[in-house]
Design a binder for this molecule. Structure first.
Ligand code: OGA
Ligand code: MN
Length: 211
């Protein structure tokens, strides 16, 4: 049938990310959102910080949630289930396209996304960890969108992704440059945020399966 595509065009960024996840288990995509969309999200984050919406981030979940500034000392503001501002709409739309692409490629049955804005003041970090909490396996894919213009190597704050399942040895460092999306299987990749020298802003979240 003319004009009927049975397979998605290979240059669709969501399909490329999903194909990477299916083969390597991780992916990095520059310019996942347009520069103006990234700037609008960064401006929203700055406004929420000024309005006092950020709280120190904890580790664990529910009753086991603890503040451990020796392990992580970023601050977060949790997002809702759907966009709450005009700036969030393109982000939620792109994440929904990506969810569908991942489900097509990996048959994971991803059901919903939960996420937060994150702010790492100069000097802050998040030590090596896995994104699945003990006994809670609903988080399947981690996705982090960076909001920092002009990141240079001396700024630190890289996401260090350990490629070996043991979380030792070979790693890939990913600079938190504005518009870049880093994605990986939540139960497979140990990772850490190296100490940042500049304020580091991001949107971090997880695709979950139905509980
Ligand atoms: C997290 C995390 C990585 C990053 O919030 O769990 O690992 O690059 N973030 O911000
Ligand atoms: Mn993490």
């Amino acid at each position: 049938m003319p004009g009927c595509l049975l397979t998605p065009p290979p240059d669709d960024p969501c399909d490329r990310i999903a194909a990477d996840l299916a083969t390597a288990g991780w992916s990095v995509c520059a310019d996942f959102l347009a520069p103006g969309q990234v700037t609008a999200l960064a401006a929203e984050l700055d406004g929420r910080r000024a309005a006092g919406h950020f709280r120190p981030a904890g580790i664990g979940t529910g009753m086991a949630l603890q503040l451990r500034p020796d392990i992580r000392n970023d601050q977060v503001h949790w997002l809702g289930e759907s966009p709450e501002t005009a700036a969030q709409r393109p982000y939620f739309d792109a994440l929904e396209q990506l969810r569908l692409a991942i489900n097509r490629h990996l048959f994971l049955g991803l059901f919903r996304f939960e996420g937060h804005m994150a702010l790492y003041p100069p000097g802050s970090f998040y030590r090596k960890h896995l994104d699945q909490f003990r006994g809670a396996t609903q988080r399947k894919v981690s996705a982090i969108l960076y909001l920092n213009p002009d990141w240079t190597p001396g700024d630190g704050g890289e996401l260090r992704l350990y490629l070996d399942p043991a979380g030792e040895g070979a790693y890939q460092d990913i600079a938190p440059r504005g518009g870049t999306l880093a994605c990986f299987l939540s139960d497979r990749f140990h990772h850490e945020v190296l100490p940042t020298r500049r304020e580091r802003r991001s949107l971090t979240g997880w695709y979950r399966v139905r509980e």
